[in-house]
Design a protein around this ligand. Structure first.
Ligand SMILES: [Zn+2]
Length: 154
């Protein structure tokens, strides 16, 4: 066994390519009849499992959910909360589309160390870290900070 296989942060080009392919496969399941904007996401867990998500829109427009959050919620509901990378795919050409703010916040909940792979239709990609996408993100540690005391009379 190669030592690299034990390195949890080792994302080889082959691993990234497979994750991007998974995100593009997930995109094919997109339910986006209103925006016609298909998005797929594939998240790689520390355990090596890939979990896919697609955007799911609704006739009540505001109830839709982005592919990134679908993938993360699926992963968490299956017991996975430690991630190595998240690949995102859409149909936009010649641009690196980044996740929306809501997705960045959900992604931040599960650590700031994993890689986010923004892929294009030709499977080229740009890699970013969570900290680059959401600097100074609000997280669990902020809820533990000392706070002023108050009561309802003030
Ligand atoms: Zn989003």
């Amino acid at each position: 066994m190669e030592a690299a296989q034990n390195d949890s942060n080792n994302l080889t080009p082959e691993v990234i390519k497979k994750l991007i392919e998974s995100a593009h496969e997930a995109k094919k399941k997109s339910h986006s009849p209103y925006s016609n904007f298909r998005v797929g996401a594939a998240i790689l867990t520390e355990e090596g499992k890939t979990i896919r998500g697609c955007n799911v829109e609704n006739a009540s427009y505001t109830l839709g959910l982005c592919a990134e959050r679908v993938a993360i919620f699926k992963a968490v509901s299956d017991g996975y909360t430690n991630f190595k990378a998240l690949a995102i795919a859409c149909d936009v050409k010649d641009a690196d589309l980044a996740p929306c703010g809501a997705c960045r916040q959900i992604m931040h909940e599960f650590g700031g160390e994993y890689k986010v792979i923004l892929s294009r239709t030709d499977f080229t990609y740009r890699t970013m870290t969570m900290k680059e996408l959401l600097p100074m993100g609000f997280g669990q540690q902020d809820l533990k900070r000392p706070r002023m005391n108050y009561n309802n009379n003030n």
